[in-house]
Design a protein. Structure first.
Length: 269
């Protein structure tokens, strides 16, 4: 996260975060592939949280650093091992020299950055080459989640926080980062990182208070009354089989999440 205003919120979420959130093997492989990860490289994880993907990628090679605004999240990240350097800081103003890194990632965190362009400009300054790899949902993709059927107010609030695809691309261009590729991701049934739409194919996951607690949409923006009513309705629809009809109404080809891979524009060298 880039803003200090997010710190208390995520210090609180971090208490239970790792009980349901972990580095998914498939997503880790795609991050490494899109990053062109190499053993001798130096890499940065922006808004690293509890460091799940930072540590998973560090095991594959490279010298890794993670930055986050939440001291609570970072304490948990540091406790997982000494093979990654973690620091508390603002993603738009980092204490590294120009050209310090061969690549950077940002996973599931764009909606926590108050402004994208300053962060992208800072990443461009820090890259001596290589890629910026983001894994995110977009506002457009979230509109296609069947969760809107059961938790409309919470989803509306959550979607309002998520930048659109156009906003992301415009901010990258303004920071002189060129988009190399965009890769859609549809939630797999074996997904191990239980973020917002992880239950797309396993709706029963949302009936667990433990799982909901690790998802910011449910733990920070959902009203208790809507959460209770929506969960009860979802439980009934799972029992009756109606959830399949609801899910089918929301089926689309836009992907559930996406990887966006960018690199330094040649315009400023």
């Amino acid at each position: 996260m880039s803003s200090a205003r997010s710190a208390p919120l995520y210090d609180n979420i971090g208490v239970h975060y790792d009980s349901t959130r972990r580095a998914d093997p498939h997503l880790t492989e795609r991050l490494a592939h899109n990053l062109a990860l190499r053993p001798g490289g130096r890499y940065l994880d922006i808004a690293c949280g509890t460091g799940n993907y930072t540590h998973a990628l560090a095991e594959k090679g490279g010298d890794w650093y993670g930055v986050d605004v939440s001291s609570g999240m970072l304490r948990r990240a540091q406790a997982k091992g000494a093979n990654v350097g973690f620091l508390l800081g603002d993603a738009a103003a980092l204490p590294f020299r120009d050209g310090s890194f061969d690549g950077a990632i940002c996973t599931m965190a764009l909606h926590h950055l108050p402004r994208l362009e300053p962060v992208y400009s800072e990443i461009r300054r820090l890259l001596r080459g290589g890629k910026l790899v983001m894994f995110t949902s977009t506002a457009e993709q979230m509109a296609g989640y069947w969760l809107n059927e059961y938790f409309p107010i919470a989803m509306q609030r959550s979607t309002a926080q998520m930048p659109s695809q156009a906003t992301i691309l415009e901010a990258l261009a303004a920071a002189d980062l060129s988009v190399d590729r965009q890769e859609l991701y549809d939630v797999r049934e074996d997904l191990e990182d239980l973020f917002l739409y992880a239950g797309k194919r396993r709706p029963e996951l949302y009936l667990s208070a433990t799982i909901r607690r690790g998802i910011s949409t449910f733990s920070t923006v959902a009203e208790p009354a809507e959460l209770e009513a929506g969960t009860l309705r979802l439980a009934r629809d799972i029992s009756s089989g109606k959830i399949k009809e609801v899910a089918q109404r929301y089926a689309n080809q836009g992907g559930d999440y996406m990887f966006i891979v960018a690199s330094r524009s040649a315009r400023r060298g």
